[in-house]
Design a protein. Structure first.
Length: 128
């Protein structure tokens, strides 16, 4: 079973690597590095992914049959926060650019992949 600490290290490491690559690509393409709420987006996705895993980890013994729904609720919260806090800023000029979209979607997808892999291992361990 993957501990909360191990999950945290994996999540932080993955997001740091992806953030570094993201900023490197922006730099190579000569775009502004820290526009479009990029740092906030990585931090928000980190915190929410961590919160979802902690909730799942703590509830695995109490609500093992509902862990999938809890995971989906966490994803819904992520989308809700995007539409509340990021989308209005991105649409303020009337359009959402690919740079704005990628500033949110890349950390979202990265954290989702780490969450999904780790949570599938957690669920498989419950079956054993």
């Amino acid at each position: 079973m993957i501990s909360i600490f191990t999950f945290s290290i994996r999540l932080i490491s993955a997001l740091l690597i992806v953030f570094g690559l993201h900023v490197l690509v922006l730099n190579l393409l000569e775009y502004a590095l820290f526009n479009n709420l990029i740092i906030r987006s990585y931090l928000v996705n980190l915190v929410i992914a961590f919160g979802i895993y902690v909730a799942m980890y703590k509830l695995k013994d109490i609500q093992p049959n509902n862990l999938g729904f809890i995971f989906m609720m966490g994803s819904l919260v992520k989308f809700g926060l995007f539409f509340l806090f990021f989308f209005p800023v991105y649409k303020a000029d009337g359009e959402m650019t690919s740079l704005e979209f990628s500033s949110f979607f890349i950390p979202y997808a990265t954290s989702l992949i780490i969450e999904t892999i780790t949570l599938s291992k957690l669920l498989n361990n419950l079956k054993e």
